[in-house]
Design a protein around this ligand. Structure first.
Ligand code: SAH
Ligand code: SF4
Ligand code: F3S
Length: 506
């Protein structure tokens, strides 16, 4: 998929950003009437970063386009989590190089930039492997994008992958209200970046660096700005979001539960979510918040990776299966209807059949509303890649198929149990057919409902009439005459091998 997710149409005009002080930026404008396109891979943090890149480019006269052949600047915001994700970038770069060649014959220049975690991990090496690339920049220098583009326009091949001392968030313009409004009623807000956990399979601590939390006031200002422009639901993001410990106005550390409480005070903000959490940082205060905060949605993505203690130890996860079951019990005691989600890796080095079966048993015992599962992919530079006992590909494939069948069964059961219930749905997008809108239940299920466009951005009570593997269909409870026959639930989508299916937003 090109560009940001479908809910984010291109900005309407080119000077579409302001400084943090709210004044339009007139300085450092490079050129007018240039177009750009961002293709985003990987996790929600990349989706958020792509949004901020758009906001950085806008005051430099760049307008977003949905057509890659029309783009003067193409940015691939990349993911390094598994080999497949990283390799995708090179095949995509081949296609863009050919397209840039065709544009050059027509007298039009194209700049090609690679951002995100592949850029951070490969830096100069990426420049060598892909000579058509003009700019390689890591996730920590997004605020410098305007200057990087200017240097590339002067013929320089630019690589910036250091972790600068300055806070990039303080140097990025916030989008204008109209731009935020055009992006729809749900928004991501990164509150924490990086990771110090060093799970032995994972590249994130190397690509995103050490764990850093943004200050409370900066987050509140961004949150208020979003809500003021019409956002009704904010998902707080972090590679390890529940390790959040940003400074409050008095210089004291604030926990994620504390931050959620502060954001919950913003009038007009209806819903809060956060992702991704680590079981080790799931403290009592945060668990209690699930029982106490009405705005905190009853859905939690809490990756466990494996159900076998020996594998969890080899992964350096820092907890065992019993601790995870205890956490789930505590969460369910605080909020009985909480829907749970997780990530699983099958075929970690040395994983026996019995250990895999412990993972399968965990999936059945917990009853996830949904979950993601992946074949272990050895990543260069990570400790697990050096372990012996790599599991053969066909065994991994078999285990993955088995686990996914169980996960899908759990998801089907969870969705089916919603039929007949009335759920509060935030209508946040156009439906697939005229007269339809799409939205999200409190449990993050996609819900299709017949409703006039004017209801976009509102929360409606929806009577659920039908359930499919990936979505629900229903009718607005206040209009019992509206029938749901035409609202078909979505068929199941493939695993896709990505961290997140592009439309799934836990
Ligand atoms: N911070 C989150 C997840 C980050 S990466 C956490 O701690 O859970 C997202 C998911 O990708 C992980 O949960 C894991 O299931 C998967 N993943 C990470 N590295 C992987 C690898 N080398 N092979 C296969 N899956 C991997
Ligand atoms: Fe990777 Fe998550 Fe482990 Fe950090 S906690 S190393 S991001 S899997
Ligand atoms: Fe996200 Fe992929 Fe980087 S999952 S943090 S974009 S390696």
């Amino acid at each position: 998929m090109w560009g940001r997710p479908p809910k984010a149409p291109p900005p309407r005009n080119r000077a579409d950003a302001e400084t943090e002080s709210g004044r339009p930026r007139k300085d450092k404008v490079l050129t007018g009437h240039k177009t750009f396109l961002i293709k985003t891979y990987g996790c929600q943090m990349n989706v958020y970063d792509s949004t901020r890149m758009s906001d950085v480019l806008a005051p430099h006269g760049y307008v977003e386009t949905g057509d890659v052949e029309d783009a003067d600047l193409v940015i691939l915001n990349t993911c390094h989590i598994r080999e497949k994700a990283a390799e995708k970038v090179y095949s995509e770069l081949g296609r863009i190089r050919d397209m840039a060649g065709a544009r050059a014959s027509a007298g039009r220049d194209t700049l090609i930039a690679v951002a995100g975690c592949v850029a951070q991990a490969e830096g100069e090496e990426l420049m060598r492997r892909a000579p058509a690339v003009n700019i390689v920049f890591g996730p920590q220098v997004t605020h410098r994008l305007g200057a990087l583009v200017a240097r590339a326009q002067n013929g320089e091949r630019v690589v910036e992958t250091e972790f600068p001392a300055e806070d990039k968030f303080k140097h990025m313009p916030l989008a204008r209200r109209a731009t935020i409004a055009a992006r729809g009623p749900t928004a991501f807000l990164t509150v924490q970046e990086g990771c110090d956990k060093f799970c032995t399979f994972c590249v994130v601590p190397y690509t995103r660096g050490t764990e850093v939390s943004r200050p409370v006031n900066e987050i509140l200002a961004e949150g208020r700005r979003l809500v003021d422009a019409g956002v009704r639901e904010i998902t707080l993001l972090g590679q390890n979001v529940n390790a959040y410990h940003g400074q409050d106005g008095r210089g004291r550390a604030c926990s994620l539960a504390g931050l959620l409480g502060r954001l919950g005070e913003i009038g007009g903000l209806e819903r809060l979510r956060y992702t991704t959490s680590h079981p080790r940082d799931m403290d009592d205060e945060l668990i209690a918040a699930h029982g106490e905060m009405e705005k905190l949605m009853p859905y939690l993505h809490l990756p466990v990776q494996s159900g076998a203690d020996r594998i969890l130890a080899r992964m350096n996860r820092g907890h065992d299966a019993a601790r995870y079951f205890d956490l789930v019990a505590a969460l369910r005691a605080a909020r009985p209807d909480i829907a749970l989600s997780s990530d699983f890796i099958v075929g970690f080095p040395g994983e026996t059949q019995a250990e895999f079966e412990a993972t399968a048993a965990m999936v059945e015992r917990i009853g996830y509303a949904q979950a993601y599962s992946f074949k272990y992919s050895p990543r260069p530079g990570t400790p697990a890649a050096e372990l012996g006992e790599q599991v053969p590909e066909e065994v991994k494939a078999e285990r993955l198929a088995h686990l996914q069948a169980l996960i899908h069964k759990g998801q089907d059961d969870f969705n089916a149990a919603c039929v007949g219930r009335t759920l509060a749905v935030l209508l946040d997008r156009k439906g697939r057919e005229a007269g339809q809108l799409g939205g999200r239940s409190p449990y993050l299920q996609a819900v299709h409902v017949r409703a006039p466009e004017a209801l976009t951005g509102t929360i409606q009570q929806v009577q659920i009439r039908a359930a499919g593997p990936n979505s629900l269909a229903g009718e607005i409870a206040s209009h019992p005459d509206r029938r749901a026959d035409k609202e078909r639930p979505e068929p199941r989508k493939g695993d896709g091998g990505g961290y997140r299916r592009e439309d799934a937003r836990p």
